[in-house]
Design a protein around this ligand. Structure first.
Ligand code: NDP
Length: 315
């Protein structure tokens, strides 16, 4: 039995920078929860925080980061901060990142991700819906995810972000992006749903070949951590004498992916950054859970138009 210890593993991005293998997720955290969670995480050994414009908590995340840096006299470069371009900002990424940086009260982020390969008409609402309750999207022919990414490329030279990347892209979408002659920056990361019940073996292999680091969102299965109920995972955790969460997260680290567990509970925040080593056989045995019966949890329906939907069935 090996005791979990704070994970200090980093992965090399195609920019040359190192990304910490464990980052704190902040989706569905209120401002107050978020401030405390980010502060607790940074004090527990996390050096990587993941947020997004759409989470509505960039200001709280930024306040905790800045307070931590000041309190502990830690240089900004020791932390890795990610935020994301929301789909309504697809046509004006420079304005969007500047607004995010203002909320975060930071000069730059380490990674700026295109949140979804979807374009949503800009207006008062961040998630407008049509009369049938489906989320409104711009037709692919009018504005595509490739157009959005093209616009993001200049943000690196402007010093607003150290790297750019994508999220919720499947293999055909990445191919389309990489085959476009105007794409000069290979995405540093692709952030997708990935956990033992959804190991996405082909996508991981493809991204690795293209030198794109995969970040696992919902590594515990999202709200309520349903992945931890899996019987195989539970039996491995009993064998190893650690919690099922430690197995699920250590598995992500062992596969050379980045894991982004979210918690607002200080004890869970501290335990989620502690991982153990798993053998290749153990990694494969856990992978089998989702290879045999894959289970996707985050599956938003974008739009009703079949062509739009066909172009937007991501991941
Ligand atoms: P997670 O898989 O991280 O699960 C979070 C849930 O698990 C919460 O209910 C949390 O409760 C609970 N939990 C956390 N740790 C433990 C533990 N050790 N034991 C038992 N339960 C636990 O879900 P998310 O969907 O939040 O994904 C993680 C992050 O990924 C997000 O926060 C966000 O940053 C990112 N993300 C990105 C997306 C994208 O489109 N790019 C989409 C979805 C997520 P509690 O807080 O009470 O501990």
């Amino acid at each position: 039995m090996s005791a979990p210890s704070v994970c200090t593993k980093t992965l090399k991005l195609n920019t040359g920078a190192q990304i910490p293998a464990v980052g704190l997720g902040t989706w569905k955290s209120t401002d107050e929860e978020c401030y405390d969670a980010v502060m607790a995480a940074l004090k527990s050994g996390y050096t990587h925080i993941d947020t997004a414009r759409i989470y509505g908590n960039e200001a709280a995340v930024g306040k905790a980061i800045n307070d931590f840096l000041k309190e502990t006299e830690t240089p900004r470069e020791k932390l890795f901060i990610t935020t994301k371009l929301w789909c309504t900002d697809c046509k004006h990424p420079e304005k969007a990142i500047k607004e995010s940086l203002a909320r975060l009260n930071l000069d730059y982020v380490d990674l700026y991700l295109q949140h979804w390969p979807i374009a949503i008409p800009s207006g008062d609402e961040l998630m407008p819906t049509d009369e049938n309750g489906f989320r409104k999207v711009l037709p692919f022919e009018d504005w595509s995810y490739v157009d959005t990414y093209k616009g993001m490329q200049s943000l690196v030279k402007l010093g607003l972000t150290k790297a750019i990347g994508i999220s919720n892209y499947n293999i055909p979408k990445i191919e389309k992006l990489l085959n476009d002659p105007e794409i000069t920056i290979v995405p540093a990361c692709n952030q997708v749903e990935m956990h033992p019940c959804l190991p996405q073996v082909d996508l991981l292999k493809y991204c690795t070949e293209k030198n794109i680091v995969v970040q696992c969102y919902s590594p515990l299965g999202s709200t309520g951590a349903p992945v931890l109920e899996n019987e195989t995972l539970k039996s491995v955790s009993e064998e190893k004498g650690v919690a099922p969460a430690c197995i699920a997260l250590s598995w992500g680290v062992a596969r050379n992916t980045v894991i982004l567990p979210k918690s607002v509970n200080p004890k869970r925040i501290a335990s989620n950054v502690e991982t153990i080593d798993l053998s290749i056989e153990e990694v494969k045995a856990i992978e089998k859970i989702g290879v045999e019966s894959p289970r996707r949890i985050c599956d938003p329906k974008w739009g009703t138009n079949i062509n739009v939907f066909a172009n937007s069935d991501c991941y």
